[in-house]
Write a protein that binds this ligand. Structure first.
Ligand code: HDD
Length: 709
């Protein structure tokens, strides 16, 4: 291992386990070469297969045992390797964790993103929480930060986790619906369990529909504790902030993507890393001195609460870069095992009852999922710090422990492995010495009792379009609920959050709106919660479709493509067929994909270049017209040049300010230009406005109700 630590440490360790099939010959598991793997050994050409066929038996047996149980939650996931480094040593006064205080150390990581409710083969773009689990392979051992893309949770005490999961998963009698929260059992749980309300606001918001894993935040959720060299503790909340901003898909779009490309987020992550568009996140911490433990109007130990960033700033401390795809999904992404209990010196737990339950559950679940306690030896789970102890045997032991003494204390192995001293930089784990005292009781603390104030805070912090999306989401979800009393029960709960919200939802689902508010809305808000305030200043990793047919203005295609690619966007030329089209000048324009194999929902923006003949052909092509109409409906940036402008009207997109001759016009993300372009394609003004429109992500306030798509 290099002295400063670098992210290649983990890759070097994995190298020892990589198996390359090149230049090899087929063998059995015993290494015996095989000359026929297509015909089983039989008596004569048409006779029975015989038991002597050890190759047949081994091949089929191994196949029969290929599956392991999928995770009970977060079964669908996608992983990537990367590295993390802190910016400076400013956390040194709070923690002895080397990876958090030494900027010369680059820590390898593996991150697994996931959905929660769906099974392993379910679609990526469902309405759900996303898991954001990070394994830091630090030089002081593995630290697992097992978070979500929402900063709060459904319940306060982990003993309710099985109840919640049974409610949200497909219903037990018919296993319907798959990967969806729009059904009776979830909402029955919600109406009877008011502590869910804050999280339900997040789940009904656009946060549940991330455009990309690279465009969502991550949160450790619980309050953890940092511990410094003197043993002093400081409360901490961990946040990941994506460098590309936090952006979401449109609900209608997510449902269509689930059919067109159920691997949408997984593919996006994979492709981005392959293309060198590495997802990046900033680690931020909210630090609260122990003396301030009781200064908030909520309990720091309550996982249904945030600390508003306006009260305690989220301080940026380091950067995570995901730069390498796994090589084998099963070996790495499926077998990775995160455990809340995996902490390193300088990081400790608090008494959050949800966190405490998780300390038990994760190790327990890996034992059944991965078949015994040696899962820590699987390559993806191995620590880069040396592992030496007296754990022995069990299923799938891969180590050959030497010596006779598997106990402590011993004299036969020189007393080794020796107990850490904790002196001279020897980082041993020391538990934070918290004083606890009390009777054994089953009782939720009174300080956990307010279930609505922060749900209201979230609602108040939303922009108008975010509020509209939340209301639509509640209407959709509850509209799928069969039992009227459940719909009514949820509306009653919502009336505790905000009267106007409850009324709007009730009106959409055939429930009597509540007569009056239960309490007045407190009026407080936290701007940091709104996605409208998230950075939207880059087109990096955005996918842009350019629609073409024979007769297209090649200069438009080239110039737009170059301008966008230069800024990190991915430009694809789409035509009715694969291959190439002929430009107005008779040149070949290469086609990236055939229109029937894709859809507008797989792109962030669409550009219609000039060329009379090309646009006439597109206007006759239902796929092309639908593409434009749907992109408009989903509030995406659209660019149209010269004759291309006509296609907007043909697609049913009217009521826009369209460019007059020689000018560029921008109206709600639709950028048009007629004439006046340079001979080499559109002028800089058009390109700049198009880039701005795409970087803005979506133009949510667009008037689109009249566009069928
Ligand atoms: Fe959990 C998996 C996140 C509460 C029990 N959880 C799991 C994963 C993530 C989270 C990201 C997937 C890890 C991976 O990719 O392998 N879970 C959370 C968050 C929670 C939370 C942020 C609340 C703050 N979880 C929670 C509770 C319990 C569990 C209260 C049980 C008492 N979670 C599990 C589990 C899973 C799991 C059953 C299934 C697969 C696994 O652990 O490895 O143990």
């Amino acid at each position: 291992m290099s002295s400063s630590g670098d992210h290649a440490d983990k890759q070097r360790q994995l190298d020892e386990f990589r198996v390359d099939p090149r230049d090899s010959e087929l063998t059995t598991d015993q290494g015996v070469k095989v000359d026929d793997t297509d015909n089983s050994l039989s008596v004569g050409e048409r006779g029975p297969t015989i038991m002597d066929d050890f190759h047949f038996r081994e091949k089929i047996t191994h196949f029969d045992h290929e599956r392991i149980p999928e995770r009970v939650v977060h079964a669908r996931g996608s992983g990537a390797y990367g590295h993390f480094r802190v910016y400076d040593d400013s956390l040194a006064e709070y923690t002895v964790a080397e990876f958090l205080r030494d900027p010369s150390v680059e820590t390898p990581v593996f991150v697994r993103f996931s959905t929660v409710a769906g099974s392993r083969g379910s679609a990526d773009t469902v309405r759900d929480v996303r898991g954001f689990a990070t394994k830091f392979y630090t030089r002081q051992g593995n630290f697992d930060l097992v978070g979500n893309n929402m900063p709060v949770f459904f319940i306060q005490d982990g003993i309710k986790f099985p109840d919640f999961v049974h409610a949200v998963k497909p219903e037990p009698h018919n296993e319907i619906p798959q990967a969806s929260s729009a059904h009776d059992t979830l909402w029955d749980f919600v109406q009877l369990q008011p502590e869910t309300m804050h999280m339900m606001m997040w789940l009904m918001s656009d946060r549940a529909l991330p455009r990309s894993f690279a465009m969502m935040q991550g949160f450790g959720v619980h309050t953890f504790r940092l511990v410094n060299a003197e043993g002093r503790g400081t409360f901490v909340k961990f946040h990941w902030k994506p460098m590309l901003g936090t952006h979401s898909l449109d609900w209608d779009e997510t449902q269509k993507i689930a059919g067109k490309d159920p691997d949408f987020n997984r593919r996006d992550l994979w492709d981005a890393i392959e293309a060198g568009n590495f997802p990046e996140y900033e680690l931020c911490v909210q630090l609260v001195p122990e003396a301030d433990e009781h200064r908030f109007d909520f309990d720091l130990l309550d996982a249904t609460k945030i600390i508003p960033e306006e009260e305690v700033p989220a301080r940026p401390v380091g950067r995570l870069v995901l730069d390498r795809n796994p090589e084998n999904f099963f070996a790495e992404t499926e077998q990775v095992a995160f455990c809340l209990g995996n902490v390193v010196p300088g990081i400790d737990f608090t008494n959050d009852p949800l966190l405490q339950a998780r300390l038990f559950s994760y190790l327990d679940t890996q034992l059944i999922r991965l078949g015994g306690p040696n899962f820590t030896q699987l390559p993806v789970n191995r620590s880069v710090a040396p592992v030496r102890n007296h754990h022995r045997d069990a299923y799938h032991q891969t180590q050959i422990h030497q010596g006779r003494a598997a106990y402590h204390k011993n004299s036969l192995s020189g007393g080794c492995p020796a107990i850490g001293t904790g002196v001279d930089g020897d980082a041993v784990y020391r538990h934070y010495q918290e004083r606890v005292d009390g009777a054994k009781i089953r009782k939720r603390s009174e300080s956990f009792a307010d279930h609505y104030s922060q749900a209201t805070l979230f609602w108040n912090s939303m922009s108008d379009w975010e509020k509209e999306h939340i209301v639509s989401a509640f209407r959709f979800e509850l509209g799928k609920v069969e039992h009227k009393h459940i719909r009514e029960g949820v509306v009653e709960q919502l009336n505790h959050v905000d009267h106007d919200l409850a009324t709007q939802v009730a009106e959409g689902i055939g429930v009597e709106p509540p007569k009056a508010p239960v309490t007045e809305n407190h009026g407080r808000s936290s701007p940091a919660l709104s996605q409208a305030n998230s950075p939207a200043d880059t087109v990096k990793a955005r996918k842009v479709a350019v629609l073409v047919a024979d007769g297209v203005e090649a200069a438009d295609v080239t110039a737009v493509g170059e301008a966008l690619t230069e800024q990190g966007a991915i430009c694809e030329v789409l035509a009715a067929h694969d291959g190439a089209v002929r430009s107005a000048d008779g040149d070949q324009v290469e086609v990236t994909r055939a229109l029937p194999t894709v859809a507008s929902v797989l792109y962030d923006a669409v550009v219609i270049p000039g060329g009379e003949q090309s646009v006439r052909a597109l206007a006759e092509d239902g796929d092309a017209l639908h593409f434009v109409a749907e992109a408009y409906k989903h509030c995406k940036a659209i660019g149209a040049l010269d004759a291309g402008v006509e296609l907007l009207g043909r697609a049913g997109v009217s009521s826009l300010q369209i460019a007059t001759e020689g000018l560029v016009e921008v109206d709600q993300g639709v950028v048009t230009r007629r004439g006046g372009g340079a001979p080499g394609g559109p002028d800089d003004n058009f390109k700049r406005e198009l880039i701005n429109a795409i970087a803005a992500h979506r133009h949510w306030t667009r008037n689109k109700a009249h566009v069928p798509a």
